[in-house]
Design a protein around this ligand. Structure first.
Ligand code: DGL
Length: 265
């Protein structure tokens, strides 16, 4: 049985997992959370499968040792679609992954054409092929790798302005594919992207809905920790790999989520 001070570990390459944390806070406001951003490894999207698997499994192993979490969540589609199985084999705590929301998107679409935005590493995964075959059979799934959106989301949370040209390029790439003019549902298959939902809505125009996995992941974490004590969130911590300095500009945003400092892992 988990002790009340045992944290939940949320892991991402950067700030994307904060979209999961925001949903988790609605369900478990008092959960102590260690949010770990692998800023030294960001972005994952342009790395190879082997690099991502080794990095994520290694880091999560060391983090689990140091923080003794009751549960870990890989709040990153890229890391999950590649390394989830391996991490589950190595760690003895429950591991919650992030799965591109293709199933709910297939239930939502009226036109039968779904867009998917992710990192380059995510969009080429056989994991995504399997989700498409299982849940989007008879629909058309158009995928586009949009690494620029990861950078834009990181910049936005550091108080910088978002380059709309990058957002518009992602929308037009999907729109330009065969059948792309009929897209009515877009899967945000990278945890960074919901941070740009307003900008994406502007770029796609009316009639397009966005779906991501954050709320579902939060529900899964709440389910797996049901009945466990959560006395307060005071001991929550935000940790980064690499230079703490590179994250300082995030502090005003992090304060809204209850973190007052940034620590080095
Ligand atoms: N947040 C990560 C995801 O959900 C990816 C960002 C990156 O490229 O590191 O896929």
């Amino acid at each position: 049985m988990a002790e009340s001070h045992d944290p939940i570990l949320l892991f991402d390459s950067g700030v994307g997992g904060l979209t999961v944390l925001a949903e988790l806070r609605k369900l478990l406001p008092n959960a102590p959370v260690i949010y770990a951003a692998d800023l030294a490894g960001l972005p994952y999207g342009d790395k190879t499968e082997a690099q991502i698997a080794a990095r994520v499994a290694g880091l999560l192993g060391r983090m689990a040792e140091r923080y003794q979490p009751r549960l870990a969540c890989i709040a990153c589609n890229t890391a999950s679609t590649i390394a989830l199985g391996m991490v589950r084999e190595v760690l003895e705590i429950p591991i919650v992954g992030t799965v591109p929301a293709i199933k709910p998107a297939a239930a939502m679409t009226q036109t039968g054409v779904i867009g998917l935005l992710g990192t380059a590493a995510t969009v080429r995964q056989t994991y995504v092929d399997r989700l498409e075959a299982e849940f989007a059979n008879g629909k058309r799934l158009l995928r586009h790798a949009a690494p620029g959106l990861v950078e834009a989301a990181e910049a936005k949370l550091r108080g910088k302005s978002v380059d709309m040209a990058v957002i518009e390029a992602a929308a037009s790439a999907l729109r330009g594919m065969e059948g792309g003019d009929r897209i009515d549902t877009v899967v945000l298959a990278c945890t960074h992207f919901p941070l740009l939902e307003d900008e994406l809505a502007q770029a796609f125009g009316p009639g397009v809905r966005f779906i991501d996995g954050a709320a579902g992941i939060a529900r899964r974490i709440a389910h797996l920790t049901q009945g466990q004590p959560f006395p307060d969130a005071q001991s929550s911590r935000f940790v980064v790999t690499g230079e703490v300095q590179s994250a300082q500009a995030l502090l005003p945003w992090l304060e809204t989520l209850g973190f007052s400092t940034i620590e080095q892992f």
